[in-house]
Ligand binder design. Sequence first.
Ligand code: NDP
Ligand code: 2IT
Length: 449
Amino acid sequence: MAINNAYLNSVYEDLAARYAEQSEFLEAVHEVLETLVPVVEADPRYEEQNIVGRIVEPERVIIFRVPWVDDNGKVQVNRGYRVQFNSAIGPYKGGLRFRENVNLSIIKFLGFEQIFKNALTTLPMGGGKGGSDFDPKGKSDAEVMRFCQSFMTELVKHIGPDTDVPAGDIGVGGREIGYMFGQYKRLTNTWTGVLTGKGLTYGGSLARTEATGFGLCYFANAQMKANGKSFQGKKVIISGSGNVAIYANQKATQLGGKVIAMSDSNGYIVDENGIDYKVIQVIKEQKRDRISTYLNYVPTAKYVQGCSGIWTVKADIALPCATQNEIDEASAQALVKNGVIGVFEGSNMPCTPEAIAVIKGNGLLYSPGKASNAGGVATSGLEMSQNSERLSWTFEEVDSKLQGIMESIYDSCAAAAEKYGMPGDIQAGANIAGFLKVADAMLAQGVCY
Ligand code: NDP
Ligand code: 2IT
């Protein structure tokens, strides 16, 4: 759909023509640009200096071959990516995703979102993202290690603690970060905080594992509080059963909610008695098994094959925590029909544009991932601070900083929405507040920086 401003629309049209095949990237750009209309109308410098035309183009894209040897001695080849999108406010920062469907469009959409998310945290971090079309699922530890070592053997040339600091995302958790960190250290003969999400014995931060899920619930809680609502006594659906989903379950439960449905890419479980996050930890973190095996632990629960039906489960709050475009228009309509009060995004871009229109059009509370899932990268920023000062903070210290950051992100999104004439629109507020910080830094640094 055309954007209601000639400059923004022309930037988008140029991009759509140049990168026609990058559908996820274009979706993410369109979502941001359509909310920036009042911003570029209020300040002509953004158009005069072509800030928007510059911000949608990555500073650097690195694509490389990742050869590795599987357990049968066969030589495999995957593709590796690192998109260094924007360094106006700090070193590139963002996760690595290992999954079969990874391509340049997905990494660019994630890197683009990361620019604004990182700006919202108030910490000095630029935006970047990377990954590979390698999927650790079904591979042995030794295969994952050999892949990670090969991946880092190239990535090492492009990253550094003051240049670019990767972390985890889908398919990249503590195990993968450990193997990559070990290889970086070996190749450079330096010990630095070049990756975040590290293990606690070698420079990781307490509460980083929990941070995205906890942060999501702190954000949702702040938004619900501002609207006279809370988690107390509410039934919650959480899609996914990975890092974000598990700790969203823990915090939503602590805040008085009851999580009744969770999923993986094969299907979903429903347990009206409430899903104990510790059981999911055993299934996913220890056994690396499928969510269907939940029935071995809780035989009274129900398992349904296919993951998209989870949005038809009757509940009050929806926390998508799996992947992009996991809630389409029909799923959003099912949520509305069931009387859900809010959709708070844990994953990146889980709602299609049509789904967002249905959710907002029916008056549900809605928070975009770049605001409500920023707790992960914010705590990565805290890990970088601890590494730099050679100290480690207590769980309580990190958790309380995280909570403060999430509440202040909510406040700054709400304030920006209000200031630009869209009170209550946290989606627009997040884009505007994130954009302004980066855009003003780019203006100050001139064209050739
Ligand atoms: P994990 O790999 O730990 O877990 C991902 C979960 O989502 C798994 O249950 C996986 O199922 C499911 N999933 C993945 N892809 C699909 C798909 N195409 N369809 C259905 N289900 C799918 O990843 P994270 O929990 O770290 O990440 C989840 C989301 O949160 C992502 O969008 C990520 O970008 C975002 N995010 C993560 C942060 C972090 O700190 N980790 C920070 C901010 C956002 P299966 O086991 O079957 O693969
Ligand atoms: O999408 C995200 O914000 C992440 N995957 C976390 C990035 C990070 O650097 O901690």
